[in-house]
Design a protein around this ligand. Sequence first.
Ligand code: NAP
Length: 251
Amino acid sequence: MDHVSGKTVLITGASRGIGAAAAREFARAGANVVLLARSREPIADLAGEIGETALAVPCDVSRYWEVSAAVDAAEATYGPVEVLVNNAGVIEPIARLVESDPEDWAKVQEINTLGVYHGMRAVLPGMIGRGRGTILTISSGAASRPMEGWSHYCASKAAVKMLTEQVHLEAGEAGVRAIGLSPGTVATEMQSQIKASGVNRVSQLDWSEHIPADWPAKALVWLAGPAADDLVGTEVSLRDEALRRRMGLDA
Ligand code: NAP
């Protein structure tokens, strides 16, 4: 996994779950990691645990100026952002469309959809100018099928699936690699919220059916490298056993 050694990797939603696991995994592979989330303490603690190759930057991805300032801070500390991991996302409040609160619904789009666009918009000029860079975006099976109570979430994941394709169309030839990752169900706080809702079949899954967060984290490091070059412009799923084997994850 030498391909990320010494590179600057910016990870949104790094305070827990998949984002925190990704930060540890990229750091282990030798990258300088920049950790973004709204909660200051968890990212500061994680940066302290990793050491001088980690920088914590409090940031709400729904505000473009905060994302842009975080990219500036990352580049001033470690140099150009070579890999962006668009991971920050929320699923609460879970509610059937007919009962959903319009302001809450819009807030989820601001984080899950606009937040991803903000990350892409902030790093693309530099990546296109340098002729290289990778943008990895965490999507979901929910991008491709409706799920009861998840209209806000499904719509946002369908949108970011399209944004990956859009980056590939507009910046692929300039050397920017964009790939979406659908991780399957992962044992994180988001799954606790889903379970507590009792809505739809995902809430009924046994906890043992979820994969650990370090699987998508390892997958992200792999996707950042040349072994994944044939996958650019697409969204891949960790449910795909052949792909998991390619990544060296237990099938
Ligand atoms: P999680 O444990 O709830 O973590 C979500 C992360 O997003 C936290 O670090 C949170 O930090 C951050 N975040 C939320 N709103 C933010 C905002 N406005 N600005 C910046 N950061 C924000 O969930 P997870 O399971 O790791 O989810 C990570 C990604 O994987 C999400 O995009 C999710 O949709 C996707 N995913 C998860 C699963 C699953 O089964 N867990 C399945 C498919 C896809 P703060 O609250 O501190 O801001």
